[in-house]
Design a protein around this ligand. Structure first.
Ligand SMILES: Nc1nc2c(ncn2[C@@H]2O[C@H](COP(=O)(O)OP(=O)(O)OP(=O)(O)O)[C@@H](O)[C@H]2O)c(=O)[nH]1
Ligand SMILES: [Mg+2]
Length: 296
């Protein structure tokens, strides 16, 4: 029997629903999702295995004009997603007019590989608007096949998946057939904690935070984790901890609940806050946190 396999890389502006789509395809919450832009900072693989196919999806950070080195590394992940894609999934949301970065947009319209343009969040739209938007995007990206979808409600998601499998080249699998992702367990610990930070803190705080899980120790009944929440400045440390530690406690309780769901096991989570001055602009630190740019 012929076997199909390949890389399907999801790109688009921030907050359009790329991670929601990847999770819907994979059926697991691999990528964190929040209503804030720049939730995703890495390229995260989500692998869907069937008897005769292996779809290797990549969720990527939303495309922005980088203002500091962390954001440059985030855009390097997007660039890498252009390099090895067998199918490009370009996601836009209803009401959106353009991809802010022209060079990325040019790569899409001149792409030699198939482009699926997903017009997302159609649950928030109506028929007239939808038709007008489909026409707009068909003109802008003539080489794309357009699919209106709702990643959140699953509308048209199986149809898009079917089309992806059709477009994949004949190939043996790239990963063992029981592989779900390329990221280690600690990565997901970091991300689940960061999701709570994105949800509960305002302004620059979530963008100044990185998580480093120093300990991940699995016992028979429980997994013990110790994670550091790193901030850039002393004042941010106080804000993270909050009055009598209440804010930090909330992060810990909510993260632990999600971690227990994710790992299917009881979790003990210790959280500490540390100042790590200007980590976002420090190459060595960024490398240590996995932002080296060209990694899948
Ligand atoms: N109404 C509606 N909301 C959606 C849909 N898909 C995603 N969202 C919401 O849009 C917001 C952003 O979703 P994400 O999946 O995090 O978007 P993203 O493109 O990965 O964002 P970044 O990682 O920041 O680039 C969240 O609040 C989602 O719940 C959809 O189909 N309909
Ligand atoms: Mg995302």
């Amino acid at each position: 029997m012929a076997h199909k396999a390949g890389f399907v890389n999801i790109i688009g502006n921030p907050n359009v629903g790329k991670s929601t789509l990847m999770n819907a395809f994979v059926g697991e919450k691999l990528s964190i999702i929040t209503s804030k832009a720049q939730t995703t900072r890495h390229r995260i693989l989500g692998i869907v295995n069937g008897e005769d196919f292996q779809v290797i999806l990549s969720d990527t950070p939303g495309i922005i004009k980088p203002a500091y080195q962390l954001q440059e590394s985030m855009m390097d992940f997007v660039k890498s997603a252009f390099e090895d894609a067998d199918v490009l999934v370009y996601m836009v949301e209803i009401g959106e007019k353009e991809l802010k970065d022209e060079s990325f947009f040019n790569k899409i319209i001149h792409s030699e590989i198939p482009v699926l343009l997903l017009l997302n969040k159609i649950d928030k739209s109506n028929q007239d608007e939808l038709e007008e938007q489909v026409q707009l995007w068909q003109e802008k990206v003539p080489n794309a096949e357009i699919f209106p979808v709702s990643a959140l409600e699953g509308f048209n998601v199986p149809q898009v998946f079917g089309r992806i499998v059709e477009l994949l080249p004949d190939s043996p699998p790239f990963y063992p057939k029981d592989t779900l992702t390329d990221k280690p367990e600690r990565f997901f610990v970091n991300e689940i904690i960061r999701e709570k930070i994105l949800m509960h803190y305002k302004k620059e705080i979530p963008y100044s935070v990185e998580i480093d899980t120093e300990e991940f120790f699995e016992e028979e009944e429980i997994i013990r984790m110790r994670s550091i929440i790193m901030v850039e400045r002393e004042t941010q440390k106080g804000i993270i901890i909050g009055h009598k530690g209440a804010a930090l406690k909330r992060v810990g309780v909510e993260a632990r609940k999600d971690l227990e769901k994710f790992f299917g096991k009881q979790v003990h989570l210790e959280l500490y806050v540390k100042v790590n001055k200007n980590w976002r602009s420090d190459s060595r630190q960024l490398k240590r946190f996995g932002y080296s740019g060209d990694k899948k």
